[in-house]
Ligand binder design. Structure first.
Ligand code: HEC
Length: 116
């Protein structure tokens, strides 16, 4: 532990500065990406991911706008279960529903969006 501290304390400041700068840039870039993905219009995310099946009802997917069916499903299984279904995938639905960067809240909003 002591020797590690010593190495760090002996490393030229500029080097640490550059490394920290790089790290910070990386963090900022990735958090900016996260924010834009989360802030992205749910409608756009739907169009890019879920619409492939849920717009047309392909493979027997529950159609967007079929509120009766969606409400029934939400009541029967509950939102957390539905979110997990999408994340794990189902017999016909690929895990994640073709959305590479959706989090739980995105899925909740997407399901909500489809149910209207
Ligand atoms: C490749 C086609 C396909 C895509 C893409 C897809 N789904 Fe599905 N989804 C299905 C099918 C088909 C079902 C019906 C269950 C089954 O047979 O797999 C389904 C079922 C569901 C269910 C019901 C789960 C349950 O437990 O009954 C939810 C919720 C859902 N999809 C949400 C989404 C969301 C949100 C997206 C986009 C992020 C998405 N799906 C993308 C095909 C798809």
């Amino acid at each position: 532990m002591f020797s590690i501290t010593k190495i760090f304390s002996q490393t030229p400041r500029t080097l640490i500065g550059n490394a920290a700068g790089l790290l910070l840039t990386g963090l900022l870039a990735s958090s900016a990406m996260m924010t834009s993905a989360q802030a992205a219009d749910i409608a756009t995310t739907y169009d890019n991911s879920c619409a492939a099946c849920h717009d047309s009802g392909a493979l027997n997917a529950i159609k967007k706008g079929d509120s009766a069916k969606w409400q029934q499903l939400i009541q029967q299984k509950g939102m957390p279960t539905l979110i997990n279904s999408v994340k794990r995938g189902m017999s016909q639905m690929p895990a994640g529903g073709l959305c590479g960067n959706c989090d739980d809240d995105d899925y909740r909003q997407l399901i909500d969006y489809m149910s209207k």
